[in-house]
Design a protein around this ligand. Structure first.
Ligand SMILES: C[S@@+](CC[C@H](N)C(=O)[O-])C[C@H]1O[C@@H](n2cnc3c(N)ncnc32)[C@H](O)[C@@H]1O
Length: 237
């Protein structure tokens, strides 16, 4: 058993939503001195999270690519995390420090939590929070999220239409994430609720190819993976 009070050898590092400058000082300092960086990449494609962190990754760092199949079911990917956790553990056993790079914040819908669940029984795993897409989207849209006693709901667009409608009904501010191929459904729910006019859309927030639109201006059937909608019902500050 390892000494779980010792300084972490393994870190989940939030590296922010896209702009490489939106990394915290703490994550930056840790990244600058790690031996190994690990990061997810869709099978057969480049890793976006690695690209975001690239300016800060030490040139001599070893790299572990967590090749993740893009499937909607939860379980087929579990063996991917078993394998990655074993590789990361082996590095820690050899006394190496490992940073797992996480887009946005590690614990805000981040796949890092699957690694954390596997590694944290044995190791003291450090977690450095990151600026999430929620915060980045609000800032880029110049849309305050909430004040006073307002309620903010984060709604995955993957939910069924009636559940999305229910969640929308009780929120003062709604942030709809994971839009992708669910764009048509999301538009329909917002229109039925009379809220489409207030919905602001942003894709690739803080990245070089960021795009901002009103929902009505989106003509395609799908949206990119890195997109979200924010709507604040009573936007009077
Ligand atoms: C699996 S979640 C990961 C969230 C991430 N851990 C965070 O802290 O923002 C992926 C979803 O977050 C949203 N997202 C993440 N980064 C984004 C960005 N830069 N711009 C817009 N949406 C983003 C999208 O809705 C995407 O489908």
């Amino acid at each position: 058993m390892n000494d779980k009070t010792a300084a972490p050898l393994i870190w989940g590092l939030g590296i922010g939503p896209g702009d490489p400058d939106l990394i915290t000082l703490k994550a930056h300092k840790i990244l600058a001195r790690v031996d190994v960086v690990a990061y997810p990449a869709p099978t057969g494609s480049d890793s976006l999270v690695r690209a975001i962190a690239a300016p800060h990754i030490p040139a001599d760092a070893e790299e572990i690519v967590i090749s993740t199949p893009m499937v909607t079911e939860r379980f087929p990917a579990q063996d991917v995390y078993d394998k990655a956790a074993a590789e990361i553990s082996a590095c820690a056993e050899a006394g190496k420090t490992v940073a797992v790079l996480c887009e946005g914040d590690p614990f805000f819908f981040g796949s890092f939590m699957y690694l954390f669940a596997r590694l944290s029984e044995r190791w003291n795993v450090g977690v450095v929070p990151g600026i999430s897409s929620l915060n980045a989207g609000a800032a880029e849209l110049r849309l305050p999220l909430a004040s006073r006693d307002e309620v903010v709901s984060i709604i995955p667009a993957t939910l069924d239409e009636d559940i999305i409608a229910q969640k929308l009904a009780t929120a003062d501010t709604a942030v709809i994430i994971k839009i992708g191929r669910h764009l048509d459904k999301v538009k329909r729910v917002l229109e039925d609720a009379g809220l489409a006019g207030k919905a602001r859309y942003i894709e690739r927030a803080t990245m070089e190819n960021q795009r901002i639109e009103n929902l009505s201006e989106l003509t395609g059937k799908t949206a990119p993976y890195f997109s979200l909608i924010i709507l604040r019902k009573n936007g009077d500050i």
